[in-house]
Design a protein around this ligand. Structure first.
Ligand SMILES: Nc1ncnc2c1ncn2[C@@H]1O[C@H](COP(=O)(O)OP(=O)(O)OP(=O)(O)O)[C@@H](O)[C@H]1O
Ligand SMILES: [Mg+2]
Length: 328
């Protein structure tokens, strides 16, 4: 186990807020949807931070902010201690690279695999043509594919092969951080395991830092050193993977873990056995956003929004675990 949380921070989020302007129906007015709320996180060199939460909780929004694809409404993103706005898109792409869920839509269907992987090298003018050829072919080998694949088109590849190509393209410029947004959820279970193993091997070899987004807790448990649990745009718990899986603090994390015990293959989302459905993000509940679904909620939970607070078992945003505990 790496002692990652004690290391140097390569990526840092400080009090990030993100509001989307949304139209309410065809003739309706506009409203603000807060997709990310008060998120502070840091990513240490060499670690894998898993981000988990239900569909719509803001995981991809957070990832896009980290990659500079979306501007936060408030807050700061620091890369190696420097504000993200100070990086040109080109410089940023050598620091942070994404791997998305659907490798088909992210690979240009009209380009050969060789050109897809060599494009970032050309953009950054790295090496001579011969150097680039060698780098691309080495990368193809590193991701476990045969050299002949270089001459094929994305449509001639399987889903798993395409995801290997997306990984090769992300790593060819040797970024420090890779943002993995559901990288295996479009793949068959057996292929998922191969891709996760590949990601683990490459991380070791290149000393990469990962931010891994998934709604699949088993994926997070396998790959992550630390886990951040998100609910309706906010982080409700952050702790080491051992602590989250052995002693979850937040009632939402507990509910997510319980739902894992009854897996439903083929279903994207975990089936969370809670009293109410996912709240309307345009009209979030008062106090703790989770209180209407929480089996242990007290009247106070509807009034006070709990802050993420350090405990011996990690950071948790729950009045029951912090305020009330301290008063006893
Ligand atoms: N461009 C947009 N305009 C308006 N609202 C958006 C936009 N993108 C996302 N949202 C809303 O913001 C919230 C967070 O969305 P986001 O895609 O970040 O969630 P997610 O956790 O990645 O979900 P999933 O697991 O389904 O990928 C959702 O309520 C979503 O409807
Ligand atoms: Mg998403």
């Amino acid at each position: 186990m790496k002692l990652a949380s004690k290391g140097m921070s390569v990526l840092e989020l400080q009090d990030i807020q993100k509001c989307y302007d949304v139209r309410l129906g065809m003739f309706g007015g506009r409203a603000k949807l807060q997709a990310v709320r008060d998120v502070s996180l840091n990513l240490c060199k060499g670690e894998t931070l898993g981000v988990v939460g239900e569909s719509g909780c803001g995981k991809s929004t957070l990832a896009k902010i980290l990659m500079g694809l979306l501007k936060p409404s408030q807050g700061k993103v620091l890369i190696d201690g420097q504000p993200l706005e100070g990086f040109s898109p080109k410089d940023l792409s050598r620091k942070v690279q994404p791997v998305f869920q659907n490798p088909y839509s992210s690979l240009n269907p009209r380009k050969k695999i060789f050109d897809i992987i060599s494009m970032p090298l050309e953009l950054h003018e790295l090496g001579t043509k011969a150097d680039r050829r060698k780098t691309v072919m080495d990368m193809i080998e590193k991701v476990g594919l045969p050299p002949s694949i270089a001459e094929r088109f994305p449509s001639q590849l399987s889903g798993g092969q395409r995801q290997r190509i997306a990984i090769a393209r992300a790593l060819v410029v040797r970024p420090e951080v890779v943002i993995l947004d559901e990288p295996t959820s479009a793949l068959d279970v057996s292929v998922q395991a191969q891709i996760l193993n590949l990601l683990k091997d490459l991380q070791q070899e290149y000393g990469l830092t990962y931010l891994m987004i998934s709604h699949d807790l088993s994926v997070i448990e396998y790959l992550a050193d630390r886990v951040a649990v998100m609910y309706l745009g906010a982080i409700v718990e952050v702790a080491s993977v051992d602590k989250v899986f052995k002693a979850p603090q937040h009632p939402y994390t507990q509910a997510l873990l319980d739902s894992v015990l009854t897996p439903e293959p083929g279903l994207g989302l975990p089936h969370v056995n809670l009293t109410a459905g996912f709240p309307n993000p345009l009209n979030p509940p008062s106090g703790c956003a989770f209180h209407p679904r929480c089996v242990s909620a007290l009247p106070e939970c509807a009034q006070h929004r709990p802050q993420l607070t350090s405990t011996s078992l990690g950071d948790v945003a729950c009045l029951l675990k912090t305020d009330f505990q301290q008063k006893i």
